[in-house]
Design a protein around this ligand. Structure first.
Ligand code: MN3
Length: 251
C-alpha cells in the first residue's frame, strides 16, 4: 500500500514536472494553480478538516457530571466513527479525493449523494464538537475579541446564551445549534436539521461555524432522557471558549 502510494505520487509529480516543462512560461502559472490544494473558502490550514477521525482530546470521563463517560464513549467510538467510515466509502464511490479538505466538499454538497451529505456533515460537525469542549470550569465564559463581539451583537453574554439555548431547544428532532460568522462578518445564531451545517451550500444558514451543539438524542439520552433543556444548560460549563475564540479570530 505504502509503496503503491509513493509510486503513484512519484508518477504524478513526474507527470506534473514534465507538463510544466513543456507548457512554456504562459502555461506554468495556471498549471501550478491546478496542482495546489483547492481552498475556495479561504479557511486557514489550521482549521481544515480531513476525512479521518482524530483522537478525542480528553478521556471519555473528562466531562463527567455534564456528559457521562458511557455517552461519550458510544458517541465518539460508534456514532462519530461511523460517520467518518461512511464518508470515506461515499468519497470512493463518488470520486472525491479524501486527501483534500472536507470543507471543499461541504461547499458543494448539493452535487453529491444524500449519503455524502449526511456523513460529510456528521464527520465535520463531530470533529469540531469534540474540540469545542473541555473539562468543566466554573464561571466559564468567552474572553477577548469574541466576548466583545458577543456583547455587541447580543447585548450581553447572558442574552447570547438564552438565544443559543432556545435555538438548540426548539430544533425539532435531530440537529445542531450554531454560533457562526456570516459573509458580512456578523455573529449569528441558528440551527440546522440532521447533520447539515452552515458551510453547506444547501443550508438555510450560511457562514463559518465557530461553536456547535449536538442535540441529537444520542448526545444526551442516557443521562438526561427527554430533558434536552437540562443537557443544554449543563453544556455551557464545558464549552472550550479558547478554541471557539481561535475559530472566531481566523476571520
Ligand atoms: Mn452526535
Amino acid at each position: 500500500m505504502e509503496n503503491n502510494n509513493s509510486r503513484r505520487k512519484f508518477l504524478k509529480n513526474t507527470v506534473q514536472v514534465a507538463a510544466i516543462i513543456t507548457a512554456g512560461s504562459a502555461g506554468v502559472s495556471s498549471l501550478l494553480a491546478s496542482c495546489s490544494p483547492t481552498n475556495s473558502l479561504a479557511i486557514p490550514p489550521a482549521f481544515l478538516t480531513g476525512f479521518n477521525q482524530q483522537p478525542l482530546p480528553y478521556a471519555y470521563d473528562a466531562l463527567e457530571n455534564v456528559i457521562d463517560a458511557k455517552t461519550m464513549e458510544i458517541h465518539f467510538s460508534k456514532h462519530a466513527a461511523a460517520y467518518s467510515k461512511a464518508l470515506k466509502e461515499a468519497a470512493t464511490a463518488e470520486g472525491i479525493d479524501a486527501t483534500k479538505p472536507l470543507e471543499n466538499v461541504l461547499a458543494k454538497i448539493s452535487k453529491y449523494s444524500v449519503k455524502m451529505r449526511n456523513n460529510a456533515g456528521g464527520h465535520y460537525n463531530h470533529e469540531m464538537f469534540w474540540k469545542s469542549m473541555q473539562p468543566k470550569k466554573t464561571d466559564n465564559k468567552p474572553t477577548g475579541n469574541l466576548a466583545a463581539s458577543i456583547e455587541k451583537t447580543f447585548g450581553s453574554f447572558a442574552n447570547f446564551k438564552t438565544q443559543f439555548s432556545d435555538s438548540a431547544k426548539t430544533r425539532f428532532g435531530s440537529g445542531w445549534a450554531w454560533l457562526y460568522v456570516d459573509a458580512a462578518n456578523n455573529l449569528k445564531i441558528g440551527s440546522t436539521p440532521n447533520q447539515d451545517n452552515p458551510l453547506m451550500d444547501k443550508s438555510d444558514i450560511k457562514g463559518f461555524p465557530i461553536l456547535g451543539l449536538d442535540v441529537w438524542e444520542h448526545a444526551y439520552y442516557l443521562k438526561y432522557q427527554n430533558k434536552r433543556a437540562d443537557y443544554i444548560e449543563n453544556w455551557w460549563n464545558v464549552v472550550n471558549w479558547s478554541y471557539t475564540e481561535t475559530r472566531f479570530n481566523k476571520k
